[in-house]
Structure formats: C-alpha cells, structure tokens
Write a new protein. Structure first.
Length: 239
C-alpha cells in the first residue's frame, strides 16, 4: 500500500469523486436486488440482499486485482454490422437482454395479476434469486470497474472507493426494499427503471452510448412523482 497517497489532496479528491460515481452507478444494482428479494420472505430477503451485495463487492475487487485482464475486455474480438464488438460489449449486451426479459416478465405478471408475492402459494426459490443476483452483479461490476479505471490511477484508491460505495449501497438496500414492499405501485416503477437500464446496456453493447445522467435524471423525476402519489394516497386515507 502506498501510504503517501494519504497525504496527497489529489488522491483524496480522486477518492471522493470515484466514491460518488460508484454509489450512483450502484443504484441500478440496488434497485434490481430490491425488486428480486421482494418476492422472498423477510428473513430470506435480508439474507439475499447480504449475499448479493457481498458478491458484488467481491466481484469488483477481484476485477480490480486483474486490471490487465479487464482492460483486455475492451479490445475488439470480432466485427459485425461495421461495429467492433469486445467482450465488455457482449457482457453488457447479454446483461441488458437479461434485464429487459426479467423486467418485462415481472411487469406482465403484475399486470395480469399473477404476482402472488412472497406470501402467495408459490414462493420463488432462494437459490434462483441469488443466481439471478450473481448474473447481474457480474454485468454491473464490469461496467462499474471500467468506469473506475478511467477515473483513478491508483489501485488503492479504486478499492477504497468501491468498498465505501458498497457500504452505502448495503445501508440503502434495506429501506429501499422495505419501501417497495410497503408500496406495491413503486415496484412497477422500479421494474420500469430496470427496463430502461436494460435498454441502455443493450445500446452500450452495440456501440450507442446513452449518457447515464439522462437515465438518472428520468429516474429521479419519476421517483419524486411517485413519492408525491404515495403521500397523496396516505393523506387521502387519513381524512
């Protein structure tokens, strides 16, 4: 470990900037995990969140430890339709398709009335939920660490920022999951977010980058509107 970094203002600025960026990028992961575990009993849901976020942290640190391999993921492996595809593109494309499929499937069940939830007669298997979390953790880890490599020069800074971001995500995941479970309409909004994120990952995979600031602005605006709806419903019931 390079102790001199502790006394360099530039290193601290890099750490703070990267920590904020990792937290913002981790919002996608938290929303996905919160939607998935909402179909589990409370005790299993907490365990699934712990396992999911722990695996996300492990994947990110492992990827940081093999930077040369990760940088190689951005090298083109083949060209199709005049676009060079790298392994990173293929991972993002597969992850985007998975998110679109999962969100569409869950939205269909909700609209058709087949979503029984964790207390219904059919409960989702704990192992199946964890497996889905692992798949999307890998996708988000690759995207997150590629961003980290572009923003910081020192491995120590990148690992510290990732650890801080995962701690914040873990603290936030419980309240977010509880809020989604308490207010069913927010689950549909979260699924819509996942659908949008999946479409953005697919676009990235085929070489069309959608600025994440646009997505997060749309998500923030929709979340504010939904909170106003929740407050209005609560006040209506109170009167």
């Amino acid at each position: 470990m390079n102790v001199d970094l502790l006394f360099q203002p530039a290193a601290w600025m890099s750490f703070l900037t990267l920590s904020v960026m990792e937290i913002v990028l981790g919002i996608d992961n938290v929303v996905f995990i919160s939607v998935l575990v909402s179909r589990l009993p409370a005790a299993q849901a907490k365990r699934a969140r712990q396992i999911g976020l722990s695996l996300a942290l492990i994947f990110r640190i492992l990827l940081l430890m093999v930077l040369s391999f990760l940088i190689g993921l951005t090298a083109p492996v083949f060209t199709a339709f005049e676009h060079p595809f790298s392994w990173r593109d293929l991972i993002l494309l597969a992850g985007g398709l998975f998110l679109v499929f999962k969100a569409t499937h869950e939205i269909h069940k909700g609209v058709e009335g087949h979503d029984e939830g964790a207390k219904g007669p059919i409960q989702v298997g704990f192992a199946a939920i964890v497996a889905q979390i692992i798949v999307i953790d890998i996708v988000f880890s690759v995207d997150s660490i590629v961003t980290a490599i572009g923003m910081a020069e020192h491995l120590e800074i990148m690992i510290a920022a990732v650890v801080v971001a995962m701690i914040v995500m873990y603290i936030a995941s419980g309240p977010i999951s509880a809020f989604i479970e308490k207010h069913p309409t927010t689950k549909m909004l979260a699924l819509a977010f996942l659908l949008m994120i999946g479409a953005a990952l697919i676009a990235d995979g085929v070489g069309f980058h959608i600025p994440r600031s646009y997505l997060y602005a749309a998500m923030a605006f929709s979340a504010v509107v939904e909170m106003l709806n929740v407050a209005a419903k609560r006040n209506a019931r109170a009167t």
